[in-house]
Ligand binder design. Sequence first.
Ligand code: SF4
Length: 265
Amino acid sequence: MPPINPEQELRSYYRALYQAWGAQHWWPARTRFEVIVGAFLTQNTAWTNVERALANLRAARLLSVRGIKRAPLPQLEKLIRPSGYFRQKAGRLKTFVAFLERSYGGSLTRLLSRPTHKLRAELLDLNGVGPETADSILLYAGNHPVFVVDAYTRRILDRHDVVPGNSDYEDIRTLFQRALAPIVDEEEHKPAEVRAELDSGIRGAAHPPSPMSMARRIALVQVYNEMHGLIVGVGKHYCKKATAACEECPLRPFLPARNQLAPPN
Ligand code: SF4
């Protein structure tokens, strides 16, 4: 049976996970463009593979709008090969920089300054950009207040009977956005020493602090940012596709009674 108040339920998840793990420092990147490249490369692969592809691009001095534009396609494919689907992804990166050049004179600042709904529609029109990639770019490169829904999010909500895992992307996104808005007040009024305590250490799916994770952003964007990172932590370490390590998971207290006796597998 779904929780009586799903929004309240999701706020409880945020509080429990943030209390357990603190700041997650997403997205690990030095620049906005690096976030965008990572958002394409992470499609259907693990982040460790993306890191290898990004390192190759950086070593070749091609991790920039101009770099991707000038790189011959075969070279680009070779460099990003560790991320899988490399031909498809190289084509998508080329498409993105061509769009940026054509519509915004190559300026990420101009692109990311667009109103959220217009920018989202433009990104979704590009080849190979689905809602998760578009929203990752909006939230993590552009600091737009848009929640990112991924496979981990769906799995956790499904196992906790919040919504079925095959629910519409937009329904899940708006549910999270409604649920998390009131958290902003709590975060803003949290005493500095409590924040410092919570923000120390690397737990969950946390990355070391990076220029992009430390960039200034409004509180709502920060809360969406953290919640997505915290959910990835649950999915990566406990709520896996084939097994669920509920006993150690910080979301165990919220698992519906019927699933506690027979954890999903
Ligand atoms: S591992 Fe268990 S308690 Fe944790 S989110 Fe998954 S189903 Fe819930």
